[in-house]
Write a protein that binds this ligand. Structure first.
Ligand code: CP
Length: 305
């Protein structure tokens, strides 16, 4: 693995290796890398979880984070993302972590740089490390993926989390379903749409999405739409879920909109566990890219455990 910019590039074996490695780190704490490494964390869109869990993951691996703030950088003088990334490459960053509003920009940078690029969210494109932490959370619950019914619910059209997860979950043999407001359906994802009530009936994993207000052309009134009652997870719906079913949400959560506020920390919610897994998932990716946890096949991986 040279970069981590899309789940489209990953085979089922590669995804499972990362999931198992992250899960192993969650059980053992992992080990610092051998050598000196610098990470360029380039965030051009707001972030709490992704940015801070990358910093924690880097420090746990002994990697020095180079904290970049776009609004006080030479970006304000008109420097391009490409020249910014080339600058970090020149001064010795060992990889780039990029969050940016433009879809596909991480892939474009990856094609031009000699150091690995990790996509930390590109517009409505993909969010592969969020996907990996979601997979780790599902794996910890079910120990495998084949045949699991996963429903991705909400603002599908504007969600990079939906895209990465739909691709990876299907690669791993899950049955993927989508649900949400019709105008937010995305025909580029070839998975069946169901109603929220059908979703509640079938889901082993209900993956709720945040409404991406910042990516909408037209603002809509949440009150007017009574979104929670029509499309969200109410207390009544939660009570009808399968006994073993779990709830995921990438967060930040619009409490009372996608999910009743009282359910954010309910027994079947894994929302804060997902955040915790964000650290180990990102450690597994960085280790692998720096070739210190990577290049292990299943046999070697099992010997390492
Ligand atoms: N889930 C997620 O990407 O959260 P942040 O925007 O806070 O990083």
């Amino acid at each position: 693995m040279e970069h981590f910019v899309t789940m489209k590039d990953q085979t089922a074996t590669e995804i499972l290796q990362l999931v198992k490695r992250a899960n192993h780190i969650s059980q053992t704490g992992g080990n610092p890398l051998k050598g000196q490494f610098f990470a360029a964390n380039l965030f051009f869109e707001p972030s709490t979880r992704t940015k801070m869990s990358f910093v924690v993951a880097e420090r746990k691996l002994g990697i020095e984070p180079l904290d970049f703030m776009a609004d006080v950088s030479s970006i304000t003088k008109g420097e391009s993302i490409y020249d910014t990334a080339k600058t970090f490459e020149a001064i010795g960053a060992n990889f780039i972590v990029l969050r940016h509003q433009e879809e596909n920009i991480a892939k474009q940078l990856a094609e031009s740089l000699s150091i690995p690029v990790i996509n930390a969210g590109d517009g409505t494109g993909e969010h592969p490390t969020q996907c990996l932490l979601d997979l780790v959370t599902i794996y910890q619950e079910y120990k495998q993926f084949n045949g699991l019914k996963v429903v991705i619910a909400g603002d599908i059209k504007h969600s990079r989390v939906a895209r990465s997860n739909a691709i990876a979950l299907s690669t791993l043999g899950c049955e993927v379903y989508l649900t949400g407001k019709e105008e937010w359906h995305d025909d580029s994802l070839a998975f069946p749409y169901v109603s929220i009530d059908e979703a509640i009936e079938i889901a082993d994993v209900l993956m709720l999405l945040r409404i991406q207000h910042e990516r909408h052309q037209d603002q809509f009134s949440l009150q007017q739409e009574s979104y929670l009652e029509k499309y969200g997870l109410t207390k009544e719906r939660e009570a009808s879920m399968k006994k073993h079913a779990i709830i995921l949400h990438p967060a930040p959560v619009n409490r009372g909109v996608e999910i009743d506020s009282s359910l954010v920390e309910c027994e079947r919610s894994r929302i804060f566990k997902q955040m915790k897994n964000g650290v180990v998932a990102r450690m597994a990716v960085m280790e692998t890219l720096l070739n210190q946890g990577g290049n292990f096949n299943e046999e070697n991986f099992n010997k390492r455990q």
